[in-house]
Design a protein around this ligand. Structure first.
Ligand SMILES: [Zn+2]
Length: 290
């Protein structure tokens, strides 16, 4: 998951790439720590496989270059072919969440997940509150559309790809999402992964964000994730009761740590991965280790 990629020196106005990968690395190791043994039922594999197959030719929408629409095979460029970025997306797939944490209804309905959780998280951040939200049938795409496209200089696509992957860590999205070349689904298009097919619906119109706002969000995820996640998920620097023990309160204890007098200190990434089901974390661990 935490792929090492060669990076060129960023140009003025682009923050260093090194720090941005820390959130992802913490997530990877945290996910690996939580999972225990291979408890994934065999049928989950089969189901996942058939989902991959169904819907493969659905119409998607690119957020880069000329924002083409077409099948994923037709419109996905290589990262190095990205010359303009129009938006940054995240993918919150209902089936990866833990019903014991988000509620059974939210694992089955993207709209319920939006109204009961995601809407509140977005509203607590000045940049994320401008996200457009689409119900894609089995999950949510949140999209931060730019007020004007970012023109990507030669050699800088991987830096922006890192930024795209970094800001995804603000929310419990799909950790394997494809960075700047990730595709959304157009509003009103059909998602044929499901039978009957489900229509992609706009849940929140959103408003444009600036390049500076994207970089500020990227900086918060990289440098102060504990503060950011406590604010998004609990509305401030303390959560009472603590979401892990349900007894004492949980608070920010440094850039990367949270602390509860009952639970002790924890990596702040645990605030994000507590939303994922144990089965999903197991599958991340398997992918991570090869
Ligand atoms: Zn606790």
């Amino acid at each position: 998951m935490a792929k090492q990629i060669a990076r060129s020196k960023p140009s003025a106005g682009t923050p260093p790439a090194r720090k941005r990968s820390r959130a992802r690395q913490a997530f990877s190791s945290a996910a690996a720590d939580r999972s225990s043994g291979d408890q994934r039922p065999q049928d989950a594999l089969v189901e996942h496989g058939s989902h991959e197959e169904r819907g493969a030719n659905d119409i998607r929408e690119s957020l880069v270059n000329d924002r083409r629409r077409g099948t994923k095979y037709e419109i996905t460029p290589k990262v190095d072919e990205v010359a303009a970025i129009h938006g940054f997306m995240n993918d919150l797939d209902c089936k990866v969440f833990d019903p014991a944490v988000v509620g059974v209804e939210c694992v089955e309905s993207a709209e319920a997940f939006y109204s009961q959780h995601v809407r509140l998280w977005l509203d607590r951040d000045p940049v994320l509150s401008k996200a457009e939200v689409r119900d894609t049938g089995g999950g949510l795409h949140t999209i931060l559309w730019l007020d004007e496209p970012i023109i990507v200089a030669p050699g800088e696509a991987r830096i922006w790809d890192d930024i795209a992957r970094g800001i995804c860590n603000a929310l419990p999205g799909d950790p394997n999402l494809n960075g700047i070349i990730a595709l959304t689904r157009p509003v009103a298009a059909l998602n044929t992964k499901y039978n009957p097919p489900r229509e992609v619906r706009l849940l929140r119109p959103g408003e444009p964000v600036s390049r500076a706002e994207i970089l500020e969000l990227s900086r918060l995820v990289a440098e102060q994730p504990a503060r950011l996640w406590m604010r998004l998920f609990f509305g401030g620097e303390r959560a009472e009761p603590c979401p892990f023990c349900g007894k004492k309160s949980l608070g920010v204890a440094g850039c990367w740590q949270v602390r509860c007098y009952q639970c002790g200190r924890a990596n702040a990434a645990s605030l994000v991965y507590r939303f994922y089901s144990p089965e999903f974390l197991d599958s991340c661990k398997e992918n991570h280790h090869g």
